[in-house]
Design a protein around this ligand. Structure first.
Ligand code: PGA
Length: 248
């Protein structure tokens, strides 16, 4: 399976900065060892898409959110049919959405289904917080999130998923998860998927790691058994660092 590196730009980069960053990434990423996906804000997606195609950049696009409905009176929201054709991927269940925007597991399940229904690949983020890890509940939390977040899709759709393990305490904090803890969780997620969907399907679902990844630690996470790529936040805004991660 080809490695996947996803850059989550979060609420950063206006139109001009987006154009500059995409252009710089195009110049630097000439020989990627991974499928490279960048996720700018909704506002920048159309422009980013035009630059990627006109410059033939080796980049794909993802959105940072989706509404669970396909259309209707949902002021300020963006739906699957609007994103279809513009992006290939959507980040769903990011801990910032779960915590700051109070998204429930049920809503996230419906967002995963909205992605699948609209032929968009959901990058489903799961991860425990500090208390859950300290109390020895990390695995239980993550597997419970998966069980609830995957409740709206049928088994034949599961091979279209990407799952990102992102411990909440490692996101944007500079606190690094130990590779053996990440491996333990990746194996737990993999075995959960094998039980639920069978080995053939589980083997098709890429597992990413995310949380304070950077140019110095990316290789050590990519070397972990069952980890097939990274979801990079802060470091994806630095074109030199992000490009080097994509060409490790
Ligand atoms: P970070 O963010 O790399 O800045 O920790 C990761 C993420 O939020 O996906």
């Amino acid at each position: 399976m080809k490695r996947i590196i996803v850059g989550n730009w979060k609420m950063n980069m206006d139109l001009k900065q987006t154009a500059t960053l995409i252009t710089r990434l195009r110049t630097q990423i000439t020989n990627p060892t991974a499928k490279v996906v960048v996720c700018p804000s909704f506002v920048s997606l159309v422009q980013a898409s035009e630059i990627i195609s006109s410059q033939k950049a080796l980049l794909e696009l993802g959105a940072q959110n989706i509404n669970d409905n396909d259309e209707g009176a949902f002021t300020g929201e963006v739906s699957g049919p609007m994103l279809k054709g513009l992006v290939g991927y959507v980040i769903v269940g990011h801990s910032e959405r779960r915590i700051v925007f109070m998204e429930s597991n049920e809503l996230i399940a419906r967002k995963v289904a909205a992605c699948i229904r609209n032929k968009l690949t959901p990058i489903l983020c799961v991860g425990e917080n500090t208390n859950e890890r300290q109390e020895g509940l990390a695995k239980r939390t993550v597997l419970d999130q998966l069980e609830q977040n995957l409740s709206e899709i049928i088994p034949s759709e599961a091979s279209k998923l990407i799952i990102a393990y992102e411990p909440v305490w490692a996101i944007g904090t500079g606190v690094n998860a130990e590779p053996y803890d990440v491996e333990e969780m990746a194996l737990a997620i993999y075995h959960y998927l094998v039980n639920k969907y069978g080995t053939e399907t589980a083997d098709k679902i890429p597992l990413l790691y995310g949380g304070s990844t950077n140019g110095d630690n990316a290789a050590s996470y990519l070397a972990i058994n069952k980890i097939g790529g990274l979801l990079v936040g802060g470091a994806s805004l630095n074109y030199k660092v992000f490009s080097s991660i994509c060409q490790l």
